[in-house]
Design a protein around this ligand. Structure first.
Ligand SMILES: NC(=O)c1ccc[n+]([C@@H]2O[C@H](COP(=O)([O-])OP(=O)(O)OC[C@H]3O[C@@H](n4cnc5c(N)ncnc54)[C@H](OP(=O)(O)O)[C@@H]3O)[C@@H](O)[C@H]2O)c1
Length: 183
């Protein structure tokens, strides 16, 4: 199973404001002249079989109104979530360790997962299960918020695979984590 992260952070490493707000990602200064530029997002989405997101990210996506995903979405929660009618068959609920989530996903036939949500990504990283991390650094300092990264059980070195800059100041970095003892 391949697990990838594709996420945007402020320059100081936050994925959302403390209350979960992500509107700062849509600041008018970030509009590109090249309307076709999608930061590789659609190619990335084409390459994944399913998304795995934490409950907080799921609740944020639900607040948008329209469900944006065509691929299956696995929502992680320890709670009993009542899925809205229109998401039956599109959203799978799971609970367990990252290893268990990957095992169940493999049994469902998935080969490439898009892991999303700060706490969720941190768990998968600590389990040594994230293969690729693409971070788009947004040129803003939020000062506080929900962090992408958190405590790790050991140092995780990363190999820089690519780095691209955009006219709006976004910098996209792709890394592959190197886990001790894992080849
Ligand atoms: N900047 C970006 O590109 C970007 C991308 C994604 C998300 N976001 C933002 O990030 C915020 C959410 O991130 P977050 O760090 O707060 O949380 P998150 O990872 O989205 O959700 C955390 C929750 O997921 C559940 N969970 C995670 N792993 C689990 C597991 N192994 N088994 C069972 N449940 C598990 C738990 O829910 P329970 O409490 O129900 O057990 C946990 O409290 C939102 O505001 C979202 O909009 C930003």
């Amino acid at each position: 199973m391949k697990c990838s992260v594709y996420i945007a952070t402020s320059l100081d490493g936050f994925i959302a404001k403390p209350d979960g707000d992500i509107e700062w990602l849509d600041h008018p200064d970030y509009i590109l002249k090249d309307k076709k530029e999608d930061f590789g997002f659609y190619a990335f989405m084409d390459s994944v079989d399913a998304l795995v997101m934490g409950r907080h990210t799921f609740e944020k996506v639900l607040s948008f109104g329209e469900w944006p995903y065509e691929k299956p979405v696995i929502v992680l929660s320890s709670k009993n979530i009542a899925l809205p009618e229109h998401l039956q068959g599109k959203v799978l609920l799971m609970n367990g360790s990252p290893e268990e989530i990957v095992k169940k996903s493999t049994e469902s036939g998935f080969r490439h997962l898009y892991i999303d949500g700060g706490k969720t990504i941190q768990q998968f990283l600590n389990a040594g299960l994230i293969d690729v991390i693409t971070i788009t650094r947004i040129p803003v300092l939020l000062g506080q918020g929900i962090p992408l990264f958190g405590e790790t059980e050991y140092d995780i070195n990363l190999e820089l695979i690519s780095c691209s800059e955009f006219e709006n100041g976004f910098v996209m970095l792709t890394y592959e984590p190197i886990y001790p003892g894992k080849t």
